[in-house]
Design a protein around this ligand. Structure first.
Ligand code: CU
Ligand code: ZN
Length: 172
């Protein structure tokens, strides 16, 4: 008894492993950012579940050089020409607006700070946020603003018009 059964067993284990790998191949969520009316901001934001929170990796182009407010907003709806349909900052704790480095009592969960565009209008962002919860992201949106988030002005940091918007959804 044995060797033939063991071979069958090994094949079964291997097939299971291949299936699991395929299922986990795109284990992140993504927002494809498109420009609002009259603007050019576009790109991609990915969200990964990691130890310590959610890793947010963004690559956005079509910006003016400098800082641009960058937030998760409460509604997954970018349909309005000015993206007003995305609602306010994602704020399940009812906290004031603040910097992403502030404690949870002094920031919205959606407060991700600023993107910083180079002289070509391209911005990259890569940080782990400790307040966002990966499982809560799907169906929310990510917004890029015309101006800098000052982290102080309520309720949204005075970062101006919404120049880019994307709905967060599981990657396929
Ligand atoms: Cu915003
Ligand atoms: Zn905020």
């Amino acid at each position: 008894m044995g060797s033939r059964l063991r071979i069958v067993e090994a094949v079964a284990v291997c097939a299971t492993a291949i299936l699991l790998t395929a299922c986990n191949a795109k284990d992140y969520q993504i927002a494809k950012v498109a420009p609002t009316s009259g603007n050019n901001a576009k790109g991609e934001v990915r969200f990964y579940k990691v130890d310590g929170g959610v890793r947010v990796i963004a690559s956005i182009e079509g910006l003016t050089p400098g800082k641009h407010g960058f937030h998760v907003h409460e509604k997954g709806d970018c349909s309005a020409p000015d993206a007003a349909s995305a609602g306010g900052h994602f704020n399940p704790t009812g906290s004031p607006h603040g910097a992403p480095t502030a404690p949870p009592t002094a920031r919205h969960a959606g407060d991700l700070g600023n993107l910083e565009a180079d002289s070509n209008g391209k911005a990259n962002y890569d940080r782990v946020d400790s307040m966002l919860v990966y499982e809560s992201l799907s169906g929310l949106s990510i917004l890029v603003h015309a101006g800098e988030d000052d982290f102080v002005t309520q309720p949204s940091g005075n970062s101006g018009a919404r120049v880019g918007c994307g709905v967060i959804q599981p990657a396929r």
